[in-house]
Design a protein around this ligand. Structure first.
Ligand SMILES: NC(=O)c1ccc[n+]([C@@H]2O[C@H](COP(=O)([O-])OP(=O)(O)OC[C@H]3O[C@@H](n4cnc5c(N)ncnc54)[C@H](O)[C@@H]3O)[C@@H](O)[C@H]2O)c1
Length: 345
């Protein structure tokens, strides 16, 4: 039997454990896997594009466990009452090839993206940061805010979304959790005085959510929403003033903000900072950008974390996903019901 964590059990698990606890522990899982980055099988994700969206497969393995995620990105979905990003994934045993866990990953994607942003901010933002600007107040936004608060202690938020209802939803969700939220009139207003800027918008376009003049020395930017060819958020001039940190350069050069600059544009791989082989922030004036696109190892980390936490709990159930006859060569007999008769419907 394979363990399954569906949406309802994932929600119960989050409520029982607490979002802050999960984001803190998950950041450690992601950091552990970043520290052993070189032991993973890595490739850019496989992306199938359509005019309005993308469906992607994201595999990786550490030689013992294998994980993959199926994820879509359809920025116009909310106008149809659907989510921009949905996902599910699998964790498998490399020795047998058998799946161990199937899980919903829409929630897990929000968790791992936030945990990774917080890990980046821990190494790249100024220690004295007090204010975060959030451009885009959709699905990912609250998770990003809570994860960064867990890491840097920031509770003052300046939010801007082109949809006022999204900003109102964020205020409604975060104010009771102790955040001090200011709703800005535009991006420039949102980033005024901010130490950390998170861009988390969805638009299948080379948008310019931040212009160069909006970015002051010393700022750290988590650029989350530019994650597909032709889908970026930052003015390229910002990248040229900043030090840019990426997940897997081979994927980020195709999908990230750096698709806008030359193919040999200098970047630093975040795993090297996390593992201590390269410096993170070097000065109080430096502008740092985490050009996040989302990489398979982060999904592997969250699947590994979920499996560790729910495998022997009521938050996961058995599903009969794998046909596994007693005689491994007699799948035919199994299909005839000779192995374990299947009850009639
Ligand atoms: N890097 C990663 O690992 C990762 C992971 C998940 C999602 N994403 C990306 O992050 C983005 C946000 O995802 P989501 O699930 O929150 O999407 P969402 O559709 O729920 O929210 C996006 C929000 O951005 C707002 N917006 C669009 N254009 C804007 C603009 N110019 N200025 C201000 N606000 C604007 C929209 O009104 C919406 O509220 C998407 O582009 C998604 O593809 C990246």
């Amino acid at each position: 039997m394979v363990r399954f964590v569906g949406v309802q059990n994932a929600v119960r698990w989050i409520q029982a454990t607490g979002l802050e606890t999960i984001l803190g522990e998950l950041s450690e899982y992601v950091a552990d896997d970043y520290r052993r980055w070189e032991s993973f099988d890595k490739s850019p994700r496989v992306a199938n594009h359509s005019p309005i969206g993308v469906i992607e497969l994201m595999p990786t393995s550490d030689g013992h466990l294998y994980g993959f995620k199926y994820v879509n990105g359809h920025p116009s979905n909310p106008s149809r009452g659907l989510q921009t990003v949905t996902a599910f994934g699998v964790l498998s045993d490399v020795a047998s090839g058998y799946p161990l866990l199937v899980a919903e990953m829409t929630l897990l994607t929000a968790l791992r993206t936030a945990a990774t942003s917080a890990m980046a901010a821990k190494h790249l933002a100024r220690r004295d940061s007090t204010t975060m600007a959030m451009i885009g107040a959709g699905t990912q936004a609250e998770f990003q805010a809570i994860a960064v608060r867990e890491t840097l202690g920031i509770r003052t938020l300046r939010v801007f979304d082109t949809d006022p209802l999204a900003s109102a939803k964020l205020v409604r969700n975060l104010t009771p959790l102790g955040f001090d939220v200011y709703v800005a009139s535009d991006s420039a207003d949102a980033v005024a005085g901010a130490d950390v800027i998170t861009t988390c918008t969805a638009d299948k376009a080379n948008a310019t959510v931040l212009t160069d003049d909006m970015v002051q020395p010393g700022v750290h930017i988590n650029a989350i929403g530019g994650d597909c060819p032709g889908k970026t958020e930052l003015d390229a001039a910002i990248l040229r003033r900043a030090d840019v940190f990426v997940e897997f350069p081979e994927q980020t050069r195709i999908e990230g903000e750096i698709q806008q600059v030359e193919s040999d544009f200098a970047v630093t791989e975040l795993w090297q900072v996390v593992s201590g082989t390269t410096a993170g922030r070097a000065s109080a004036e430096q502008i740092t950008v985490f050009d996040s696109v989302g990489f398979a190892i982060e999904d592997f980390s969250v699947l590994r974390y979920l499996h560790d936490k729910t495998n022997h709990s009521a938050f996961s159930i058995d599903i009969d996903l794998v046909a596994d006859p007693d005689d491994p060569k007699d799948l035919f007999g199994f299909a005839q019901g000779s192995d374990a008769p299947v009850p009639a419907l």
